[in-house]
Structure formats: C-alpha cells, structure tokens
Design a protein. Structure first.
Length: 113
C-alpha cells in the first residue's frame, strides 16, 4: 500500500515562525502553516480562527443566488414539496440537517434524503 507524505513549502524566515508561534502560543509547525496561508500576525490569526459575520461576503455575489432564493420562496408559499439532498459525510449530514430545520421553521413542506 503506498504511503502519502505531506510536502510543506519551506518558509525562509525562521524568526517570523518563532515570533508567530510565541504570540499565538502554538507550535512552530502550526505557525509555519499559518504563514504559508499568509496569516502572519495575531489579529490575522484571530480572525482566521474566529471570523465575525460582518466579514463574510454576501451570498448574493454567487451567480444565480437571487433566482434560487426566489424559487425557494415560491415553493414555500405554494406548499410545494422541497427535498434537501445531502451526502453522508459529516459536513453533508450537518448541512442537510441545518437546511431541513431552517426550511421547516419557515413552514416549508420539506423532506430530506
């Protein structure tokens, strides 16, 4: 069976790694991974780990979102059956449950698969 190995790009500035690791009280490995994601300060790391809702982009920037929202509203007001389809991994089951409960709270005729 083949083994897989992570290959992490090198970071040249070891002082930057140590400094970030110390300020966050994390390992140098984690600090290095954060730096590779261009997270180089305590405030950037705090925002990465605990983002606020104001920092999120509007979902209506996604192509077709307004049409999809209108269609869901029409289905709810017309009492059409809505099927929430999700896969079986953790994020799939959680997102299916959240969407199901949200639509149910809106009074939708909803089922899940």
């Amino acid at each position: 069976m083949p083994t897989k190995r992570w290959k992490i790009r090198p970071v040249r500035d070891q002082l930057e790694i140590r400094s970030l690791a110390d300020s966050l009280n994390v390992s140098e490995v984690l600090a290095k991974l954060l730096i590779l994601r261009n997270i180089k300060s305590f405030p950037q790391a705090r925002y990465f780990f605990k983002p606020d809702l104001e920092g999120l982009h509007s979902p209506f920037l996604m192509h077709g979102m307004r049409s999809a929202a209108r269609r869901v509203i029409l289905a709810i007001t017309s009492n059409e059956k809505i099927l929430v389809y999700g896969d079986y991994d953790v994020d799939g089951t959680c997102s299916t449950a959240l969407m199901y409960m949200f639509l149910k709270d809106l009074g939708a005729n909803v089922e899940f698969f």
